[in-house]
Design a protein around this ligand. Structure first.
Ligand code: GLN
Length: 196
């Protein structure tokens, strides 16, 4: 099983390290040729407008759509923005891989970045292990609408921060920047199941 981290922009290196800690075979993905080699993909945090521009310039849009139809993708922060159905504040093209709406930079200037200790939903605990999870938010988007069949795995006072639908995972925080590896483990378990 090969795991890819989209490495056009953003904090892909930290995701790569997190996945390696869990023993995964990881490669950076920048081209359509590299994308076809992996079984699951993380789209990292960063700056979604820049990442989108690079994706389009590098001919990655159509290959990514084809990949999403059958493979597992986990979008974090800017990655979740790209994967959402509708993006606001400001509006921007997105791929609609997961049926959520997302509001960019929604936490406002004062709480631009924060660290919160969150109690995950029971389903997340059952799949990954017990205990609260430290979540780092950096100019984070807010998941503002959940479509039918989108499940909440972690929330912060009623706001979903990690959600799942089919082969898609999307989250507004940065698990690659903390030591808790449960979110990456959950992603790897999903990829492993999807490859049989
Ligand atoms: N605010 C960024 C954007 O809109 C996302 C921030 C992040 O990925 N940490 O692209």
């Amino acid at each position: 099983m090969q795991i890819g981290v989209l490495a056009l922009q953003g904090d892909f290196a930290a995701h790569e390290r997190a996945l390696r800690e869990l023993g995964a075979d990881v490669r950076q993905v920048r081209t359509p040729g590299e994308l076809v080699l992996v079984d699951g993909l993380i789209i990292p945090g960063g700056e979604s407008t820049t990442m989108l521009k690079l994706l389009l310039e590098d001919g990655m849009a159509e290959p990514l759509k084809a990949f999403a139809a059958t493979r597992v993708i986990y979008g974090t922060c800017a990655g979740a923005i790209l994967a959402a159905r509708v993006v606001t504040s400001p509006a921007q093209f997105s791929f609609g891989f997961i049926d959520i709406d997302i509001e960019r930079n929604a936490y406002g200037r004062q709480v631009d970045s924060s660290i919160r200790r969150l109690q995950p939903e029971q389903e997340f605990i059952d799949r990954t292990g017990p205990g609260k999870l430290e979540a780092i938010f950096i100019r984070a988007p807010i998941i503002s609408r959940l479509g039918e069949g989108v499940r909440v795995l972690i929330q912060d006072e009623g706001t979903p921060v990690l959600v799942e639908q089919g082969n898609m995972l999307a989250g507004s925080f940065h698990p690659e920047l903390t030591a808790d590896r449960r979110v990456h483990q959950l992603f790897l378990d999903k990829v492993s199941k999807s490859t049989g």
